[in-house]
Design a protein around this ligand. Sequence first.
Ligand SMILES: C[S@@+](CC[C@H](N)C(=O)[O-])C[C@H]1O[C@@H](n2cnc3c(N)ncnc32)[C@H](O)[C@@H]1O
Length: 324
Amino acid sequence: MTFAALPPELRDAIEQLVHAAPQQSLAARAARTSDAYRDGRGSDATIRDAGDVAAYLAARLPATYAAIAASLNAVAARAPGFFPQSLLDFGSGPGTASWAAAQAYPSLHTITMFDRSTALLKAAKELAQTAGNPALQNAQIMNGGLASHETAAAHDLVLAGYVFAELPEAELKQTAKRLWTLCSGILLIVEPGTPAGFERIRMIRETLLSQGGSIAAPCPGACVCPIASPDWCHFTVRLPRSRTHMRAKGADVPFEDEKFSYVAFAREHIALQPIQARILARPHVMKPGIRFKLCTAEGIVDRTITKRDTAYKTATRKDWGDDV
Ligand SMILES: C[S@@+](CC[C@H](N)C(=O)[O-])C[C@H]1O[C@@H](n2cnc3c(N)ncnc32)[C@H](O)[C@@H]1O
């Protein structure tokens, strides 16, 4: 099981911001935020003041952080020689993806976040100021949409975490293309791991393949996506819940599992380690061996590694989302 916890300094900074906000309504606001996102309403309509921001930080950010961190890990495994210096975080909200990228890539020197929510950007600024990492501390935090970034130079790493869900359908392709033109290295887009989230990822995948991008993750190649409805390609990551997180969610279990879908594209000069397949579901451990559901260049296949197989020991360490 993939596991991703917030860095302690981000966790502590969130605690402080959340405790400075009105406490009585935290759980109600967190529930309203979840319902709104589940119903396809965007942050604009949902996050209006400091209390709503606190609810997002307490109840939602740890999960989006975990999903982005897990996706970045998959990218790093495929592109081990990639050391980005500049990052563009589109739809940064409170800076979730920037924090995950700063953790995954200490090589980052400059971070640019932009978003159209004044309330979330205020939190992004307050959180970034607490960071020991100079790239985060000096991050450029800009209010606006992609149009406000018209003349910017390309960035080595471009991230969009849980943003495409909030864009009008007519803007999805052009936004993906625009982010690709702003990317000189790797572009990673992460969405909720729902059938609708995956359909957006599939559309982005097809759009960027037509622009000449190479798939860095999760797909083993550029073949036609073999996933057929009602199945959808998604992964899961487990994250710890702090006491504040549990209170905001009215939860009594100290962890949760976040489902996510993602795709990462690399420019031609980025060397990618070849992979044969991606594990698409939790491996099924049986008496004779382990059965894997794999996405391969030949389509979806079930493969069983028996206990007598020389690959068995390695197979016992493989999990949903890993490459093979
Ligand atoms: C669900 S939040 C995700 C925030 C953050 N990336 C994360 O993973 O926690 C979606 C963010 O996208 C921003 N957003 C939506 N449409 C946008 C647009 N057209 N331009 C800039 N930001 C946008 C919202 O304001 C919000 O902060």
